[in-house]
Design a protein around this ligand. Structure first.
Ligand SMILES: *Cc1c(COP(=O)(O)O)cnc(C)c1O
Length: 218
């Protein structure tokens, strides 16, 4: 068994104990060959941060489910709408609207998550919790998008409190928008995130090991 297959199996065992948690394998900075090893071990859903890097891998590895987990600029929405199954980083109505308009008719609606930033002092991506409802109401109306839930990339410090904030927001909006996905937790904090209610964890280095420079993989 390869190292990647072994890591996937070990993480799969941890997830089995908490039914219903989906594993997204984060393959940014990993070569097609390494992703292929994960596919051979049964993994089908992969997360990428950069549209251009992802497109090269999609061409080489057809038939997988790709999630965009990095920030999305307006000039990349068409490529994202045409090639990804999920975009997890919705934090602006304008970007969501473009994705809905550009999602090809022949494909099912694009699954999207609203990215929430629960750390008030940060100016990073994501909407503040109090802005999430308004954005969800707008995105929920868009015909070619399917709003599935929330995503968070908490900053270091007070991690548990921030995950709790996002989870409670998820619960507030869940029924109204038929949410089924709360994406939070990475290699170093997946157990904490699951304990706080994550339904999807995004795991890179714990599966693949250290990342390479994106330029050398795509
Ligand atoms: C890179 C990345 C991950 C995976 O991080 P690891 O620490 O390698 O597990 C998860 N989510 C996002 C948004 C990322 O950018």
């Amino acid at each position: 068994m390869t190292g990647i297959a072994h890591n996937l199996q070990a993480i799969g065992k941890r997830l089995e104990r908490v039914r219903g948690v989906t594993l997204l394998a984060v393959s940014k900075g990993q070569s097609v060959e390494r992703i292929q090893e994960a596919v051979a071990a049964g993994q089908k859903a992969f997360g990428e941060n950069y549209v251009r890097e992802a497109l090269a891998k999609m061409q080489a590895l057809p038939g997988l489910e790709w999630h965009l987990i990095g920030p999305l600029q307006s000039n990349k929405t068409r490529a994202a709408a045409e090639h990804f199954a999920w975009v997890q980083t919705i934090d602006r109505e304008k970007i969501a609207r473009r994705l809905s308009e550009q999602r090809p008719e022949g494909l099912p609606p694009l699954n999207v998550l609203i990215q929430v930033n629960a750390s008030a002092e940060s100016s990073k991506s994501g909407v503040a919790p109090e802005e999430a409802l308004a954005l969800a109401e707008a995105v929920g109306q868009m015909p070619r998008l399917k709003l599935r839930g929330l995503m968070a990339i908490p900053e270091p410090g007070a991690l548990r409190e921030r995950y709790r904030t996002v989870k409670s927001l998820f619960e507030q909006l869940r029924e109204k928008f038929s949410f089924d996905t709360l994406s939070m937790g990475m290699s170093d904090d997946m157990d904490l995130a699951i304990a706080e209610g994550a339904t999807m964890v995004r795991v890179g280095t714990a599966i693949f090991g250290a990342r390479q420079d994106a330029k050398s993989v795509a």
